[in-house]
Design a protein around this ligand. Structure first.
Ligand code: NAP
Length: 285
């Protein structure tokens, strides 16, 4: 059980964890911290948090566990602010979609990697943002990846693992580098494709006509282009090399499809689509 949980960034991810832990009776008091009073007021009204403040130093002062659930570009500045106010025993964790750069920011802010810092990333989400987007079932049967470092204490890892399990998630561990490479291909690349496609079409003169006749496939493929632009700007800047590697590989493979279409190579097209369908069918089972 957590006596006092502090969530910095009461949006989709932070708010959903608070709701899940409250439903499970796993937390006694949740303090929410954010920049805008309006979002904190919404979180209070929705019973996501018990108390609210816009001052991160105040928010963490009596917390047993502190969760950073803000866009990844904000982590360093926030850690510098909260560092002098954290209890020695407080466990610090996060939900950032990028891990190496979050670890780098935390290390720079603390002057070392704190032994109570457990980097984490839930593989769950939606394209919606803010406290009003939060829901208690977000993490049910979803994976949460923890990427502890050699400095991380086993006790802190166990506490964070138990917290996610109480929220209904399955917890796995992997290295920071492996995490960033895998997520660049399975999450960051698809977001680049969705944002890129919608932007490219939206800039065409007859875009209203194009969108009017777009069917379910277009809606499915582009849902994630409604995600928060600030969050995705930060992910791109903070996982630059892994995303570039994934994009380069994809661009080369797309060029193969382009060439097959250009040369009317029906055999090559059928081979690629059959291979892709079989892989997708297997994944979706
Ligand atoms: P979100 O719904 O926009 O919530 C982020 C919250 O952080 C906002 O409510 C914002 O409120 C607050 N915030 C932003 N900067 C802050 C600061 N400097 N100090 C205090 N509060 C601040 O975003 P989210 O989807 O929950 O994403 C949060 C994190 O989860 C990101 O790091 C993202 O990479 C990660 N993640 C997201 C998903 C997903 O599908 N969305 C999945 C996995 C991981 P104010 O503007 O009022 O301050």
């Amino acid at each position: 059980m957590i006596e006092r949980l502090c969530i910095i960034g009461v949006g989709l991810m932070g708010g959903s964890l608070a709701l899940a832990l409250r439903d499970a009776g796993y937390v006694s008091h949740v303090t929410g911290c954010g920049r805008s009073q309006a979002n904190l007021d919404a979180a209070l009204k929705l019973n996501i948090i018990d108390s609210a403040t816009t001052d991160p130093a105040k928010a963490v002062a009596d917390a047993d566990v502190v969760l950073l659930a803000v866009p990844v570009g904000q982590v360093g500045a926030l850690c510098k602010t909260i560092r002098p106010h954290l209890q020695d025993s407080a466990v610090l964790t996060d939900v950032g979609s990028v891990k190496a750069d979050v670890v780098r920011q935390v290390e720079a802010a603390f002057g070392e990697i704190p032994e109570n810092f457990v980097p984490g990333h839930p593989i769950a989400g939606t394209e919606r943002s803010g406290a009003e987007a939060a829901f208690a079932d977000l993490y049910k049967n979803r994976k949460v990846l923890l990427t502890p470092l050699t400095q991380t204490s086993a006790d802190a890892v166990n506490q964070v693992q138990a917290m996610w399990q109480a929220a209904g998630a399955e917890v796995e561990q992997m290295s920071v580098t492996h995490h960033d490479e895998i997520l660049a291909t399975t999450s960051h690349l698809p977001h680049m494709l969705a944002f890129g496609l919608v932007d490219s079409l939206a800039r065409q003169k007859d875009y209203a006509e194009i969108f009017r006749y777009a069917a379910g496939g277009f809606r499915d493929f582009t849902r994630i282009a409604s995600s928060d632009p600030v969050m995705w700007r930060d992910i791109c800047i903070h996982n630059r090399s892994a995303i570039l590697k994934a994009m380069d590989r994809y661009q080369a493979d797309l060029e193969i499809i382009r060439q097959a279409i250009d040369s009317g190579d029906d055999k090559a097209l059928l081979e690629i689509f059959t291979r892709a369908k079989s892989a997708r069918d297997k994944y979706a089972q």
